[in-house]
Design a protein around this ligand. Sequence first.
Ligand code: ACO
Length: 158
Amino acid sequence: MTATLWAEMLIRPLADTEPIPYGLLLDADPSKELVDLYLAQSEAYVVEYRNAVIGIYLLCPVGPESMEIKNIAVAVGFQAKGIGQWMLYDAMEKAKQRACNEILIGTSSTSIGPLYLYQKVGFEVSHIIHNFFLEHYSEPLFDHGLHCKHMIVLKKVI
Ligand code: ACO
């Protein structure tokens, strides 16, 4: 991505008055019920580019010194340009500002791309929540043809 495009992007909080970008949120997590639950508990940050929202992440307190990125998504035409990585570093910075010493993120064991990205920026596998996707979703989920069953939770000390 060119320097000009980067110069036109910013990460900012999602305002209470603006529409919730469900298209992006549901791309990361198809359960509207869970998305709404996480939205209610989290700070939402969006990437804005030329007055359009092209990325989002939700940062949720999960302990006195711990926050979790509950959802992260980039609009299809803007993926694979480094924006996801930028949001992950921004989330780490925000969690640090809130006196946290660790940040978590969870995804399906079948989500190879996100698992690569999270480890690339320094997250390490913390634990596995077995059968998370079987127990929390009414419909079976598939990723690259693989049945999503278990959640891998990764953690980074910040
Ligand atoms: N498949 C393969 N590689 C990937 C993928 C993927 N799905 N996503 C990221 N990567 C790799 C990139 O190739 C890149 O590698 P490189 O630096 O070695 O070239 C690196 O990770 C950085 O990628 P970014 O460009 O920063 O990632 P992007 O801006 O595309 O954002 C994201 C990543 C958020 C996963 C995006 O692809 C997306 O919105 N996907 C759909 C929604 C989704 O799956 N969200 C995550 C669900 S888990 C959760 O929300 C906690």
